[in-house]
Write a new protein. Sequence first.
Length: 330
Amino acid sequence: MSRDVKTLTVAAAEDGIRLDRWFKRRWPHISHVQVQKLARSGQIRVDGARTRADARLSAGAQVRVPPLPDASEAPSREGGLSDRDKAYARSLVLHEDEMVIALNKPAGLAVQGGTKTTRHIDRLLSAWGEGMERPRLVHRLDRDTSGVLLLGKGPEAAKRLAGAFARRRARKTYWAIVAGNPKPPAGLIEMALKKSGINDFEKVRPADPKEHGAEPAETGYVTISRAAHRAAWVALRPYTGRTHQLRAHMSALGHPILGDPKYGDEASTELSGALGLQLHARRIELEHPGGGMFIVEAPLSAQMKAGFAHFGFSEDEAEAEPFPPERRRR
């Protein structure tokens, strides 16, 4: 174990990065749980003050780094990936260039780890190397949502990509199958959401915008096709990035996404049968960190294909850009 206390400066290209990810770049063998414990006990400090592992760092901030275990002391489960895991991570790639990686995240695979989650996208990124070679997550998808997930190669690319999401410059299109037929068939849901619970029990609910903890949330939707009165295939566009936003908004609209155990109702649960969550991050369009527009689409996952087959939907019914101009304003 290193016995020195260090004070390191957050680089300009790392402005806005989370503390735990900042640590992970420099000491890949240090787990998220270890960073949490060090922050909670006050051993990690930012500009002399206590902080949380998920706090965002500003360029120029001074981070107190306590003595850390050497890589050789890390538990074997925190070690490198197997060749099989590396091959699996690479098999998810939809696009890769010198600054951006786009993955097709399967349903059921978490983006980040937790107390009982040891296999997740963040861990698989070690397939590309460690330290500064390791790609950075710039946004998230729910565990059971499939589709496009973008990564930044290097701190500058990651910062630009994350900035595009934060400033609503990333145009995201999700496909979902919902219970019933939304009326009107297209619209904008403006409904504040408030979190409750933690980890696997985390859920959001509609809230008064003035309620403490409530966050504004906006979702555009367009009906693409219908299966009689039973179900509809809709395109969804989140204009904000709240936890479970699409799932909570469609449930509040009275048309829960099928296969959703958290936000479904009795009718949607019966209609879903054995289907998994029918929500897929189909397409992302944003400015590439190196210049020009970047568009990437993810093919349907196995669970979405099952939903399409069950209700008789066909991919060729959808336009690449299903939203009218007034819904592209943000």
